[in-house]
Design a protein around this ligand. Structure first.
Ligand code: C2E
Ligand code: MG
Ligand code: MG
Ligand code: MG
Length: 276
């Protein structure tokens, strides 16, 4: 796996300063071109009900199908897309494609509860004046009903401009769109945010899930997050479940939802259909 990833990578962090500047500039112009040429593809990872293993919904995760480098992971280009502002166009494109796709799945599967779609939005998006208009337009254009859309945001987004962000979020909430706090416990979390922003889901970062069965402290953190979520009447979602042991632990702790390679990696839309 390291080998196949290695080939395509923009090795920015191992480069010398001058090389680094050049690589970042190259990446920037590549990203611009990639948007024009439609090289971005949405992958979907199931979010599963841990008690009955039914698929509750999907998280949309962007991939870059680079003509020479192959599949590039978001970790390798999202930071530059954020710095240059290209993230705005990219996030809207991902949301539009994913809403359209999940709308279609829901139309074709009338005999089960509709899937819920989770979309990641960069911190930057929350201080845009037209955030709510953009999202409303995408929902109207694609037909997905607002109660089936959840927005994932990280704590960073809240920290940068809590007042401006609060306004956008309360508008989204009043439309009936859900809110998930992503990577919970890795940033400068303030527990008061959970309440203040009426968060619907708390996503337990995969670093805690990975170590909870070997490190008692991580276990306690995971346990406490799940108790906290229950107490606040919100859903805990465990990220990065890879083993049956991890699933077992989370089930014992009454964690309602989870995602991870144990169930399925993120997959292109055409491969998702075989899961349901
Ligand atoms: P995230 O939102 O926390 O997404 C979860 C990450 O965990 C994804 O990485 C997913 O592929 C990975 N993952 C899922 N299950 C497992 C597992 O069992 N084990 C391990 N080790 N990893 C697992 P990915 O797809 O590389 O995305 C990384 C981050 O990039 C995301 O973290 C999110 O912050 C960001 N991102 C992805 N797509 C978008 C997007 O469309 N817009 C924005 N703004 N950010 C995005
Ligand atoms: Mg996420
Ligand atoms: Mg996360
Ligand atoms: Mg993350």
């Amino acid at each position: 796996r390291a080998k196949t990833l290695g080939r395509g990578r923009y090795e920015i962090f191992n480069a010398t300063m001058r090389e680094r500047v050049r690589l970042i500039q190259q990446l920037e112009s590549d990203l611009q071109r990639a948007l024009e040429r439609n090289e971005f593809q949405v992958y979907y990872q199931p979010i599963v009900n841990l008690s009955n293993r039914e698929i509750n919904g999907f998280e949309a995760l962007v991939r870059w199908n680079h003509p020479e480098r192959g599949l590039v992971s978001p970790g390798d280009f999202i930071p530059i897309a954020e710095e240059t502002g290209l993230i705005t166009l990219l996030d809207w494109k991902v949301m539009r494609d994913a809403c359209q796709q999940v709308y279609r799945w829901n139309e074709n599967l009338k005999n089960r509860p509709p899937f819920v779609l989770s979309v990641n939005l960069s911190a930057r998006q929350f201080i845009q004046a037209n955030l709510v208009e953009q999202i409303t337009k995408i929902l109207n254009d694609t037909g997905l009903e607002r109660q089936y859309l959840k927005i994932e945001m990280t704590e960073t987004a809240l920290l940068e401009n809590p007042e401006g962000v609060a306004e956008s979020i309360s508008q989204l909430k009043s439309l009936g769109i859900g809110l998930s706090l992503d990577d919970f416990g890795t940033g400068y979390s303030s527990l008061s945010y959970l309440h203040r922003f009426s968060v619907d889901n708390l996503k337990i970062d995969l670093s805690f899930v990975r170590s909870m069965n070997s490190e008692p402290q991580s276990f306690e953190i995971v346990r406490t997050m799940i108790v906290l979520a229950h107490a606040l009447n919100i859903y805990a979602i465990a990220e990065g479940i890879e083993t049956p042991d991890q699933l077992n632990t989370l089930q014992h702790l009454n964690c309602p939802l989870g995602q991870g390679y144990y169930f399925s990696p993120p997959l292109p839309a055409e491969n998702i259909k075989t899961l349901f």
